[in-house]
Design a protein around this ligand. Structure first.
Ligand code: ADP
Length: 246
């Protein structure tokens, strides 16, 4: 039980990697706030793992503040905050992405990290040993054509992780990231554009270990980084990518 009695907020935990992280955290003893814009999805996962469902739009300040307020009221502290909720745009030439689409990707992937910090840090600072995990992407390290602004948003998350880590270390807070390679989650379809056997095979050929990542892979990596076993680790952006970024 590596996360016994920890209070953990996981955003975007209604599906995909976030759900994998929430399930692993719960199996290691944490109480998970399953936070998602999709209330039904959050409720389903929260029910499964005996956590708390929280509807949130991570791109909206009031909504993030309400999530933090509700968590503090119910549990009195936040030990772990996982910024996982994310969106992408469809693969397209970088100058063809509309301004609304650009704003949406940066609001959900990047501004959210600022908003959760702004609202949760006043409480986390008084809780040494608390930590933050950002779910970035291999796309932020090794960008591929046509996912241009999504790649850039994930690169932003990686730099934000390091910037937050160096500033928060004196408070005893750690900040890390994981960089997943594509998994078979709803986002995969967006990455591939079209889901054909040929496109899948081409995609897989870029992953040396020869398989897509799974929500369980992310849960295992996240659990380690967010547990006391990683108490000397901060500012790390760990690839969970089957060698994709080698
Ligand atoms: P991944 O492959 O990254 O796990 P998914 O699409 O499966 O991708 O999961 C992303 C999760 O993030 C979904 O459950 C989705 O509802 C959630 N999400 C998307 N936008 C927001 C938002 N603005 N606020 C909170 N959750 C969001």
């Amino acid at each position: 039980m590596r996360l016994q009695d920890k209070i953990a907020i996981v955003t975007g935990a209604g599906s995909g990697f976030g759900a994998g992280i929430a399930r692993k955290f719960a199996s290691e003893g944490a109480h998970v706030i399953v936070a998602d814009i999709d209330t039904e999805a959050a409720t389903a996962i929260a029910t499964e793992i005996d956590g708390t469902a929280q509807t949130v739009d991570v791109s909206q300040s009031d909504s993030v503040r309400d999530m933090v307020t509700a968590t503090m009221a119910a549990h009195g502290r936040i030990d772990i905050l996982v910024n996982n909720a994310g969106v992408t745009h469809l693969p397209a030439a970088l100058d063809s992405i509309g301004e609304d689409e650009f704003d949406r990707v940066f609001a959900v992937n990047c501004k959210s990290v600022y908003l959760t910090a702004r609202h949760a840090l006043p409480f986390m600072r008084t809780n040494p040993g608390a930590n933050i995990l950002n779910v970035a992407s291999t796309a932020g390290v090794s960008p591929r054509p046509r996912l241009n602004w999504y790649n850039a948003s994930k690169g932003w998350m990686i730099t934000a992780t390091r910037a937050m880590a160096v500033e928060l270390a004196p408070d005893g807070l750690r900040v890390n990231a994981i960089n997943p390679v594509a998994g078979e989650t709803p986002l995969l379809k967006s990455f591939m554009g079209e889901d054909t056997p040929e496109i899948r095979a081409k995609f897989l050929s870029t992953i040396p270990l020869g398989r897509f990542s799974t929500p369980e892979d992310m849960g295992n990596a996240a659990c380690f980084l967010c547990s006391d076993e990683a108490s000397m680790i901060t500012g790390v952006c760990m690839e969970v990518d089957g060698g994709r970024c080698i």
